[in-house]
Design a protein around this ligand. Structure first.
Ligand code: NDP
Length: 262
């Protein structure tokens, strides 16, 4: 989608993939700067480690604790996290009638994607945010980091159990899977189907399948569902705008993405 955007805008640059070992990241960023790269996207496992290499980072990247986008302009390494804004743009794209700020949100997971999504929910002023994670300590740490944002959002970490999820499902209307459960075709739904109702909106950040098991059980209960391809698109569009300081050709990027992602 980035190469489609570059072609469409007549920018003489290419977007390419490089596999970098954990230990090679500092050297890779230095080389990219020396070679005149405009910027980088980073994925697992480099998103947190990259924070140490930056000259500057936008505030939300510090709170989230990770960057997925780096700008290398003017010999400065500046880090951004576009997953959160990508998520809120995706929600607007999927369900035009309801802005993210109108939802109370249950987030499954407390890793990089969950942290970005939770910080965005707090930033836009969602009334309630629940975080449910297999490792409770990571959910607690996320809630305590979010509290530093000092907003009016009520935030709560909950146990990874049916008893804890049930009341959160009653209080929340947007359920977001930001775990890696569902990446494999035989993964089970991370929430039992009988806890869903037609009042729920279900967003799965996973984009390698049109419908994960979570989306299947949510849809069967009448909930509205969407997979993570809209977030993938929108986080990439924000990255393009950071690198080139111009509006991203989102329709062109969406068409390119749809040709490879379900
Ligand atoms: P991380 O490794 O940072 O976090 C993984 C999360 O999944 C943790 O909360 C972990 O819990 C949880 N988890 C892993 N295995 C299990 C399991 N068996 N049962 C319950 N919970 C589990 O990864 P990311 O945050 O980077 O990615 C998470 C998901 O978000 C992925 O599916 C990825 O594809 C998606 N994503 C989508 C994007 C998009 O643009 N659509 C962008 C970025 C990510 P614990 O703390 O207990 O280990």
């Amino acid at each position: 989608m980035q190469n489609a955007a570059l072609r469409h805008c007549g920018i003489a640059a290419r977007y390419a993939r490089f596999q970098i070992r954990r230990s090679e990241l500092p050297e890779a960023v230095d080389r990219a700067r020396e070679l005149g790269f405009i910027g980088l996207n980073l994925t697992v496992p480099h998103k947190s480690a990259a924070l140490q290499l930056l000259d500057d980072a936008e505030d939300n990247a510090q709170i989230i604790g990770s960057v997925n986008t780096i700008s290398l302009k003017d010999a400065r390494i500046v880090g951004y996290n576009t997953d959160g804004v990508g998520f809120s743009a995706a929600i607007s794209e999927e369900w035009e009638s309801v802005p993210l700020s109108d939802f109370s949100v249950l987030i499954l997971g407390a890793g990089g994607a969950a942290r970005a999504i939770a910080a965005e929910c707090v930033r836009v002023g969602c009334a309630k945010v629940f975080v449910c994670n297999r490792t409770r300590a990571a959910a607690d740490a996320l809630i305590s980091d979010l509290a530093r944002l000092g907003s009016g959002t009520a935030m709560q970490a909950i146990d990874h159990s049916r008893d804890a999820i049930r009341p959160a499902m009653s209080a929340a209307n947007l359920i977001v899977n930001a775990t890696s459960v569902g990446l494999q075709p035989d993964d089970k739904a991370p929430i039992d189907g009988d806890l869903f109702s037609a009042a729920h909106f279900v967003y799965d950040t996973i984009y390698n399948a049109p419908r994960t098991k979570l989306l299947v059980v949510g849809q069967a209960a009448g909930a509205r569902i969407a997979n993570g391809s809209s977030m993938l698109l929108q986080q990439g569009a924000r990255a393009f705008e950071i690198w080139f300081k111009r509006k991203a050709p989102v329709a062109v990027m969406r068409a390119a993405l749809r040709s490879v992602v379900p």
